[in-house]
Design a protein around this ligand. Sequence first.
Ligand code: M6R
Length: 612
Amino acid sequence: MCGIVGYIGTKKASPILINGLIRLEYRGYDSAGISTIEKDGLSMMKDKGRVKNLYQLEGMDNLNGTIGIAHTRWATHGKPSKENSHPHMDNSKTFSVVHNGIIENYNELKNFLADNGYTFYSQTDTEVIPNLVHYYYNKDEKNDSLKFLRAVKNACCDLKGSFAIEIICKDYPDHMIVTRKDSPLVIGKGEQENYISSDIPAILSFTRNFYLLNDYELAILSRDTIEFYDKHLTILKKEPKNIEWDATSAEKDGYEDFMLKEIYEQPTAIRETIGAKLNEATKCEFSELNFTKEYLSSLNNIYIVACGTAMHAGLAGKNVLEKLCKINTQVDVASEFRYRDPLVDEKTLCIFISQSGETADTIAALKLCKQKGAKTLALTNVIGSSITREADFSIYTHAGPEIAVASTKAYTSQVILITILAIYFAEILEIAHEQVDLLKRDILELPRKLEETLALSESIQSFSKKVYQEKDIFFLGRGIDETVAKEGSLKLKEISYIHSESYPAGELKHGPIALIENDITVVSIITDKNLVEKMVSNIQEVITRGAKTLVITNQDIDETMFDMTIKIPKTNSFISPILSIVPLQLFSYYISKGKGLDVDKPRNLAKSVTVE
Ligand code: M6R
């Protein structure tokens, strides 16, 4: 949601900025723009629509500046339009700003600035920022090298809400200032050049050395230097983080779409996430954690809080934490949890799952739990992301960058990591030894079984061809399979725009079966041997009413009654979602392709939901 890019160096900035924006397209946007410092002052090129349209804007070829800022906007205040696109300048065209986030007190600031003679040309909250910086800049009587920095710092102290901001000033043609609060921003250090981005993959091909800012910290960048300051303008020392992700992991690498590539990367992502944490001979190891038997035995509750797909991974986490560790576990959608005064105290462990580590509601829920005295643990894919800076503990999936909006490898990596976490707890608690041994063995076999599952892709593609024009598709499951039905249904909705519902199969007769009519498609997941008969009876009920059926199973059942059965490898029920979701990911992918849709960038959606 909104992307920012910045460049300062020796090369022409505009193509670097536009290419950076293209790499951030997956975050979701409706307008784009760039601003550079030219010999005659600040340039600004922007419009609604796709990033590549920027190349067509008159004057773009004439930009030669080697410092610039860029933005993709996902409209919040004011419709998508040229005026509302970023960058925004102050009235005197001294400052140019791009901003990701929401300024909650923009009305108040706008009135204040209007009273001081400023005029506004857009409906955005952002436009107050360059004008407020200008207001402080003008008031400052000192004309030293820190005047620009002081003005930005003073303006930011007045802002309420969330922001990641890049700002350039025509009076300081060799400098750029960036700052953030609750919105993502990374600084990439190169040789005689520095980069800014909302996330790491967009600039991974230029550098592996990244700096991260904490809330309200500022950085002033030149071609060769990066200086860091806190909100009182005290100089800070920071060490860069070396990111191990391979630059090609942010490329399509011969695949038609990122989503397909990421589906096929799952065996590797699982292997990497298991890493050295789990083996058959020794106890599970999380060097980042220091939980004791005493602490875990004292817990009254675990809460898993997340959004979307990450929340579905949390449901698999609940299953294993309750069954293996015998700890009462609840799963909540972050945007609901925050507002329902949850019963959280020092005896609660709160786990937050987020691929990006930047989801606004999840981070806010984490802050709430901290206030209530609970220990907080972030489970994320992005080192140094905002959530990791808030949580008491952080553990990481090693899925590599996930670019497609529809989450695939992040989900399966989250499920495996929370399962390993549960094993780690069980080993500390000295319980369930036999179950743990079996589960460990099954986990280590997962990458191979995932490869076998991916090999089923052709049959799934052929079934998808039969149903891609449907209006409604239902997903059914029981127990752990119902959590997979939820994730399968979400995947289908987001990339195919087909209306879809998922239900616990036993609930059908309590209402939803009224929707089942001739030729409707029902997808069912059956991996729990204790629930096979019940599931088969439920499927028979929909067949009787004319439904077409796709069944994903690892059980030996009579397949003749279904239109298509996808037989996946058998595995431990705690980790069965990691295999059973794969056919459903492929199912959604092929339906979306059949409809000719943009699989990686579905309409209205953003990869990283940084507003509440
Ligand atoms: O980055 P996060 O894991 O916190 O994102 C949470 C959801 O926005 C995300 O899982 C979303 O539901 C995906 N688009 C689903 O494919």
